[in-house]
Structures are given as structure tokens and as C-alpha cells.
Design a protein around this ligand. Sequence first.
Ligand code: SAM
Length: 245
Amino acid sequence: MTETPHHPPITLSPIGVIASDYPDKFGIPRQPGLAPAARASLILVPPFDDPLAVRGLEDFSHLWLTFLFHLSPEQVGAKDWTPLVRPPRLGGNAKVGVFASRSTHRPNRLGLSLVELVEIDTRRGVRLMLGGADLVSGTPVIDIKPYLPWAEARPDARAGFAPEAPLKLPVAFSDAAMTALAKRPDGDSLHELIQQVLAQDPRPAYRQGAEARLYGVRLRDVDVRFQVVAADAVARIEVVEIVAA
Ligand code: SAM
């Protein structure tokens, strides 16, 4: 019998780094596109910051990014390997194989996100302006590829335990939160971002329904404090206050 070839470890060099509206992991939607108002820049680093390397990319509306889940624990060798994970989508109880999931806790810690390409700035190095990314600021990016809808869009595909987009909760803003937004030049876009992020109910999967507890999500340079309240037996998010982070 022939032996399966075993490749030695591979070293990858990040081509760039993300600066995004998300300073922390907590609150980031669990897939790209769920908060289209989220803005991010991908700043290419030398020697990959050559404008020639992105020539023609401006004609594509969407990109695949391969990146490193740099804030997830590193899995070194077989002993840290966990074949089963608990997806939040299943309430954090049921387990599935790591390769049947989009978990951040995976061998090699590689992530894959489809993002909107808004603009390319090549005035100093290369900066790609992106929409809808699900990436924390500081994420190292390994590769960029243009998205080909004719080959890659499969609306009829089966999607296992996550067949539909997650349900959204209604989001209401207190007077204090609205006043804080009104004072900012980016008030409208921040309002939209907060609305889209909180509609995803960022609480841990096992938390459901209303609770008295106050949560905080960091977006841009603010801390958004919110509560989940019950209105006519339906859970609703209420933004209590928006304060400097
Ligand atoms: N779309 C990607 C994928 O499928 O590979 C990411 C999916 S993963 C479930 C999305 C979550 O990753 C976000 O909610 C955020 O909390 C987390 N995340 C984003 N950037 C990260 C990073 N650099 N390191 C670790 N976790 C990160």
C-alpha cells in the first residue's frame, strides 16, 4: 500500500492587515454581509503593496479574503486538536465536526469571507475599502481573490444546520443614545451600523429572551450599551447609551 504523502508545515506571509469598525471580537456578526454598513480597510504591506498587484481588481464588486483568526488560540500539534465544535447556531449545545462548521477554533485558523469592494486607493501603497466584513481590526490577511458569481453563487445549495440567514431582533434607541449620535459627524452611519449589528443579537448562543443585564459592544470609538427587553412577548434590543470607549 502506498503511504499518504505528509507535507511539512507551511509558512505563510500575510499580505495585509485589516482596520475595521470592530475593535473587539464581541458583537461582530457571525458571517460577512449581515452588517453591510460595517466599513473596513485592507492595507497591503510591503512587498505586496505594489499597485500593479491589484490592477483590474477595481472591476470586481466582491472579493474573497483568506485571513488568519489571529485572536483564536493557536492549535499546535495533534494534542490541541478538537474534532467537534459547538456552533452558536445550534444554541451552543449540539456538536458538529469542525470541518462542518465555520468555527474560528480550527486547525490552521484560516478564515474565508466574501466582502464588498467599495474602492481602491493607490495614492500611498494600496488600501482596499471594504463593506460588510466580519473581521476584527488587526486581522492579518493571507490572500485576496475576485468573486466570480457565475461559478460561485449557488442559491439552491443545501446549507446543513444553517439553512437560512439568522433571525433579526428589532432594535430601538433611547433618547440619550440618539442625542449622542446627533453630536457625531458619522452619526447616521454609526446609527445604521449599531442597528445592523445589534439586530443579530450578539449575546452568547445560550442566552435567549429578555434579561435585566446590560451588555456592551465596541464599534468604532464607542461603547454601545444595550439590553434585551420583552415587548408583547417578543424580544427586542434597546440601545441604552453610547459612550466613548
Ligand atoms: N466568514 C469567516 C469564515 O467563515 O471563515 C468568519 C466566520 S467566524 C464564525 C466570524 C467570527 O469570527 C466573528 O463573529 C468574530 O467574532 C470572529 N473573528 C473575526 N475576526 C477574527 C480574528 N482575527 N481572530 C479571531 N476571531 C475573529
